[in-house]
Design a protein around this ligand. Structure first.
Ligand code: NAP
Length: 280
């Protein structure tokens, strides 16, 4: 399977590290012509779209850079899906679980076909792309949420959460990156279509994550607990963050499974601790 990746950023490069046979497009595509040129030259069987505008240092940036965010997160994926459709290429697009806010309409979490209720501008642009791409015959939208990785990085939700002196006391769905990379590969292999929630099956309580971090990585780590409302009221974020539980229903239906959350997170923390030790 010849795989071409768009988006020379954090997750795109994680995928290439895991599957070195995949190729990275280094073109920053701005038009349908740019995309067609890349597809013509590379001639892939499948495309993985890890390109997107996530904001620097975080998604609050997107509130004040709405045009760039809309072009990168909504217009680019639609142009890419069109170009792939015209060439019979399967596209796997990275969506985000943060298009859902609060409690799901039914018990068990937000389902893949639930209607999104985004608040932040970043979330609106991601939701808009999903609405268009989610039923296209050549596209899989794989939504991830709270990515947890074994390598310390400002993009890694473990590194982010442990850097905050005040952490919101919530439970969220989470995606262990090692599992996610295999999900991408299997979705591409199966040429699966529609929307998928790539989250480890059980919700992650932030209190558990911090407890395991203290046990496995750093016994001296301490933080304060605050409510979601206090996060914005205390000026720690410009817009309310999406906190939600996603139901991972469609991946198991096509035979793709992610590890139980506690097992996957603890394994990730053990590898994280090793890597931290190696840098000291
Ligand atoms: N990381 C998360 O927490 C998270 C959670 C849920 C979903 N996602 C989604 O996962 C995807 C990847 O996220 P990430 O964390 O890897 O982001 P990232 O590190 O910011 O990487 C995204 C990359 O895409 C590039 N890009 C943007 N528009 C492009 C275009 N038109 N053509 C080619 N490249 C383009 C960016 O280039 P520049 O740097 O030059 O802009 C950047 O290198 C995004 O769609 C994001 O919405 C991420």
């Amino acid at each position: 399977m010849s795989i071409l990746v768009f988006g020379n950023g954090w997750i795109g490069n994680k995928f290439i590290e895991r599957y070195p046979e995949a190729r990275m497009s280094i073109v920053f595509a701005k038009s349908p012509q740019d995309i067609e040129q890349v597809l013509e030259t590379e001639d892939p069987d499948v495309v993985l779209n890890c390109a997107g505008i996530t904001g620097q240092p975080n998604v609050d940036w997107c509130e004040t850079h709405q045009v760039e965010t809309a072009v990168g997160n909504t217009m680019f994926p639609i142009m890419l899906a069109q170009a792939c459709a015209e060439r019979g290429i399967h596209l796997t697009h990275l969506g985000s679980g943060c298009i859902f806010y609060g409690d799901s309409p039914q018990p068990g979490g937000w389902r893949e076909d639930d209607y999104p209720n985004p608040v932040a501008y970043y979330s609106k642009t991601k939701a808009a792309a999903d609405m268009v791409l989610g039923s296209m015959p050549n596209v899989a939208v794989v939504r991830l949420r709270l990515p947890l990785d074994s390598t310390p990085s400002p993009k890694n939700s473990i590194t982010k959460l442990v850097s905050y002196p005040k952490v919101i006391d919530v439970s969220n769905s989470a995606t262990v990156i090692e599992d996610l990379l295999d999900v991408f590969y299997q979705v591409m292999e199966k040429r699966a279509t529609g929307i998928f929630h790539a989250v480890n099956p059980q919700p992650l309580l932030y209190r558990d994550l911090m407890k395991w971090y203290e046990e496995i990585v750093d016994p001296n780590h301490k933080n304060e607990w605050i409510t979601e409302e206090q996060l914005v009221a205390q000026g720690l974020a410009a817009k309310k963050r999406s906190t939600n539980i996603l139901a991972n229903l469609r991946l198991p239906e096509i035979g793709i499974h992610m590890r139980p959350t506690e097992e996957a997170v603890k394994a990730t923390l053990r590898a994280y601790a090793e890597k931290l030790k190696a840098t000291k």
